[in-house]
Ligand binder design. Structure first.
Ligand code: UDX
Length: 443
């Protein structure tokens, strides 16, 4: 059993803290947001994440997991202090490090014994060195400490499973002994642990996220070409993925990537590169393709509705940036809804869990109680998020209550032949067939 402090109870902090406790450690999670800590002490989670509540409850009951707003309490016996605070990006992509600075300063002020500071937040290359400088400058008399970078690769919606089953653990530090001590914490995960220097570890996170985003933008570009040439991108992706060098993951064409990581990290990587005097052409193209891809469903629905959306009722199936989360950060649904509103359409939406978060961002969008209420009287539906619930809808019921049975499948979840046979005017992303492009089929 080790004593661990985790600073920040967002996705990364709370999942890591609860999971480390589940591995038998004593973990104190800290946040400066008092309401969040108060709620956590009552068992109320700040985010929706499958399985998280159970893990938190189990470990609180077992006396291994605690929540506090006090650095003195969190660091009291801690050998390890994880920094897992937010690093939002400003308009030009620069990461905002104010919370990392605050955490580093507070650790410096409160530490009274040797400690390993581990950075889990995604931070610009060089931040680990900067954190060490902050602590050193603030507390020239500080007890011994080391900084280790340990980037997090978990995905929302499967965060606990991802934490417990990582493909690898990356540790970066100039202090090998400290990195090895952090490696010990991860031994129960039985995975490859790579130890490298600080900046390389920080870069691995950005390069991994940018590569995955590039994979998605690539398949979306291929999807658009498939539409023009009459090929089916789903089959194309499957065929490509059978090549072990390519692999099947992250080849689902759709309306593009969003969320709290890819948009922020890809932008930040471009910003860091430009700052260093490089022009990362591919990274810029990856972002441009993604911005454009969000417009695909608008183009399609406009085409099927004869060119104008004015006064038309359009229903959005799904709002969260992906299924199994209530996270609306950089969700394609927000751009799509605003584009529809600009075209003077009436926009409705339904999402199993994200509607509360979405209301603040989309005050002009009417929220429906369920998919069937959404469809009633609608001129078209756009599937935005591929929730399982939408895969098993009673499509006949939906078709019968819509004003016009127009369905735009932004995530390619339906069988084009089946839904067209049911009488839907259906368009997906990149799915032409029989040598006939989708655009031609509907004409
Ligand atoms: C991502 C990384 O996967 C994770 O390693 C990192 O730590 C944080 O960022 P997350 O944002 O939770 O995780 O979601 P992910 O499942 O990776 O999906 C990101 C976006 O890509 C979503 O908008 C999703 O809809 C989209 N996506 C994903 C596709 O459009 N096609 C795909 O094939 C895969």
């Amino acid at each position: 059993m080790k004593n661990i402090a985790v600073i920040g109870v967002g996705y990364v902090g709370l999942v890591s803290g609860a999971s480390f406790a589940d591995l038998g450690n004593r973990v104190v999670c800290l946040d400066i947001n008092e309401a969040r800590i108060e709620n956590l002490n009552k068992g109320i989670m700040p985010i929706y994440e499958p399985g998280l509540e159970e893990v938190v409850e189990r470990n609180v009951k077992a006396g291994r997991l605690f929540f506090t707003t006090s650095y003195a309490v969190a660091l009291k016996d801690a050998e390890y202090a994880f920094i897992a605070v937010g690093t939002p990006s400003d308009v030009d992509g620069q990461a905002d490090l104010r919370y990392v600075r605050m955490a580093a300063e507070s650790i410096a002020d409160a530490m009274d014994h040797p400690i390993i500071i581990i950075n889990k937040s995604t931070v610009p290359v060089g931040t680990g060195d900067w954190v060490a400088d902050i602590v050193r400058n603030r507390r020239p008399d500080a007890p011994e400490f080391a900084v280790v970078s340990c980037p997090e690769f978990l995905r929302e919606g499967s965060a606990i499973t991802d934490f417990m089953n990582p493909d690898r653990v990356i540790l970066g530090s100039t202090n090998r002994e400290a990195a090895e001590k952090v490696a010990q914490l991860h031994l129960p995960l039985r995975t490859t642990i790579m130890i490298t220097d600080l900046r390389t570890a920080e870069m691995i996170k950005y390069a991994s996220n940018a590569f995955l985003a590039a994979k998605i933008s690539f398949i979306n570009e291929i999807a658009n070409i498939c539409e023009a040439l009459g090929a089916d991108v789903k089959e194309v992706a499957y065929g490509m993925g059978l090549d072990k060098r390519i692999g099947p993951a992250f080849l689902d064409a759709g309306i593009g990537w969003g969320g709290s990581c890819f948009p922020k990290d890809v932008k930040a990587l471009a910003y860091m590169a430009e700052l260093a005097g490089r022009h990362p052409q591919l990274i810029h193209a990856v972002m441009d393709i993604n911005t454009d891809q969000r417009k695909a469903p608008i183009r399609k629905v406009k085409k099927l509705l004869g060119g104008s959306l004015e006064g038309k009722i359009i229903g959005l199936l799904g709002l969260a940036f992906k299924p199994n989360t209530d996270d609306m950060r950089e969700a394609p649904s927000v751009d799509i809804a605003w584009d529809l509103l600009r075209e003077r359409a009436k926009v409705r939406a339904y999402d199993p869990v994200a509607m509360d978060n979405a209301r603040r961002l989309l005050p002009e969008v009417e929220m429906a109680d369920n998919p069937y209420a959404l469809a009633e009287g609608a001129d078209a539906l756009i599937l935005v998020t591929e929730w399982n619930e939408f895969k098993n809808l009673d499509l006949a019921r939906i078709r019968d209550t819509m004003k016009q049975p127009i369905l735009i499948d932004g995530r390619n979840i339906y069988d084009p032949h089946l839904v067209r046979e049911m009488g839907f005017l259906y368009m997906a992303i990149g799915r032409g067939y029989n040598g006939v492009g989708i655009e031609e089929i509907i004409e």
